[in-house]
Structure formats: C-alpha cells, structure tokens
Design a protein around this ligand. Structure first.
Ligand code: NAD
Length: 248
C-alpha cells in the first residue's frame, strides 16, 4: 500500500461517496487530510471520524462554484498542515437529465459551474502551493462520460470531457515543476449521487460487463495509486475504473 506519511492532502466533496472513501484511505496511509465539502456538518463528521491513532484530519466548508471559497479552502489546508502535496478535485453533481434540445439553461449552468469550473478553480489555487511544496500530485474526478456521450446528460458529459482537457493541459504545464495531474474515470458507482428507482439502477448495472456497479473504495484504490510514487511516470492521462463499461 502507498505511504503518504508527511504529506498533506485536500479532497473536495469528501463528505460522501468517492471523496469520503479517498479521504479515509489517505488518512489510513498517513496523510494529513483536509475534508472539504459544501456539506459543512458532513465534512466535520468525516474529519472527526478520521482523526485519532496518529491520523490527522480537518474539515473546511467549500463551495467549488465560488473561486473565493476555493481559495479559502486551499489556504486553510496550507495554514493547518503546512503545505499542500496532494489534491483530489472530486466534488460534483449529477444534475438534471433531459435531451439536449430540452436541457434547462440554468441546469446547464449549475452543472458546468460545479463539475467544470469547480475543477478549474481548485487547480488555480492548488497548483502554486503544489509547486511551492517542491512538487505533488493531483487527481481530477472525471467519468466514463468524459469520453462517452450519455442520453440526458449533456452538461455532465460536456463538463467531464472538459476536465480531461484541463487535466492534460495542467500536466504539460507543471510536469517540469514536479507536479503530476491525472484524471480518474469511474463507471457508474454505488454512491448517493446515483438517483432513480430499481429499474434505472438495473439498466445502469447492465452497462457494465462485470454485472454490477462499482464501489467508492474501488475508485479510491486507483486514485491513491495515481497520487503515490508508484505512479511516478504516469502523467496527464485518463484512467478508467469501470468494470469493462468502455470496452463494450
Ligand atoms: P456524492 O453525491 O456521494 O458526493 C459528492 C459530494 O460533493 C457531496 O458530499 C456533496 O456535498 C459535494 N458537493 C456537491 N457540490 C459541491 C460544491 N459546489 N462544493 C463542494 N462540494 C460539493 O457523489 P460521488 O458519486 O461520490 O461523486 C464524486 C465525484 O465522482 C463527482 O465528481 C462525480 O461526478 C464523479 N463520478 C461519480 C460517478 C458515480 O456513478 N457515482 C461516476 C463517475 C464519476
């Protein structure tokens, strides 16, 4: 297992689902973890649950659609634990579903603000600190919808595709300064993000050759690998964890 002793990590959207699993695994592997989420109470509960037995964690409220809020969360991380070495830009929403010709303009804006602009604001304020720390690693949470279309999910798919472009560009720009930036692309994962009834769930399951949804822990395992020195020559790329979804 990777060892993150002496490293500080910031995880957005860490009060639930994938972010929570990533924060838990990072704390267990020795990182000091900042649990950042829109859900302030949830973030505090998670940070408390991670603290103890030598593990260090702290919570901060962040709204990734607000650049000043993101700047504050990054500054809080650096002030609390002295530096930033690892960042997981994971906060995201599913958003409304409708065909593109009927997609609500405000719904579009909200998904783009969270799932795309939120990742940019995070990188914008994290990268200078990662450079100042002498290097580090970033994972941006994309999706299989970062290379595939999906009926009803125009804004989500567009945002997740754009996250891949942002990932590649930041990787190229910061490689010489010791910062690696990768994108993780989960298939459908069993978290509170997935809405819908049993029928819809079964339809999603059927898209995965392994015949089930993924777990947040399975996404966290790939994320920790990419953040670790085991991935020291892996940079600017898009990494599937999808139970065979994209291979169909
Ligand atoms: P989740 O709903 O369980 O967790 C998302 C967390 O992000 C929540 O705690 C929520 O409060 C937080 N959040 C939402 N908007 C925010 C904002 N503006 N500022 C700060 N925090 C905010 O969802 P999840 O399934 O764990 O999703 C995490 C990431 O993984 C998202 O980017 C999602 O798009 C991506 N993803 C999920 C799946 C899936 O099937 N669940 C598949 C591919 C990618």
């Amino acid at each position: 297992a990777p060892d993150f002793a002496g490293k500080t990590a910031l995880v957005t959207g860490a009060a639930s689902g994938i972010g929570l699993a990533v924060a838990r695994r990072l704390a267990a592997a020795g990182a000091a973890v900042v649990v950042a989420d829109f859900n302030e109470q949830g973030a505090h509960d998670v940070a408390r649950s991670l603290t103890g037995g030598g593990a260090r964690a702290a919570a901060v409220r962040v709204d990734v659609t607000d650049p000043e809020s993101v700047r504050h969360a990054v500054d809080f991380t650096v002030e609390t634990f002295g530096g930033l070495h690892l960042a997981v830009n994971n906060a995201g929403i599913a958003g409304a579903t409708a065909p593109t010709g009927e997609y609500g303009v405000e719904d579009w804006q909200r998904v783009i603000d969270t799932n795309l602009n939120g990742v940019f604001y995070s990188l914008r304020y994290e990268l200078p600190h990662l450079v100042a720390a002498g290097g580090g690693a970033v994972v941006n949470m994309s999706s299989i919808l970062g290379t595939n279309g999906f009926a009803g999910s125009a804004a989500y798919s567009a945002a997740k595709h754009a996250v891949v472009g942002l990932t590649k560009t930041a990787a190229v720009e910061y490689a010489a300064r010791g910062v690696r930036v990768n994108a993780v692309a989960p298939g459908f994962i069993d978290t509170p993000l997935l809405q819908g009834d049993e029928d819809q769930r079964n339809r999603l399951v059927a898209l995965h050759p392994q015949g089930r949804l993924g777990t947040a822990e399975e996404v966290a395992d790939l994320t920790l690998f990419l953040l670790s020195d085991h991935a020291s020559f892996i940079n600017g790329s898009y990494h599937l964890v999808d139970g065979g979804y994209a291979a169909r």
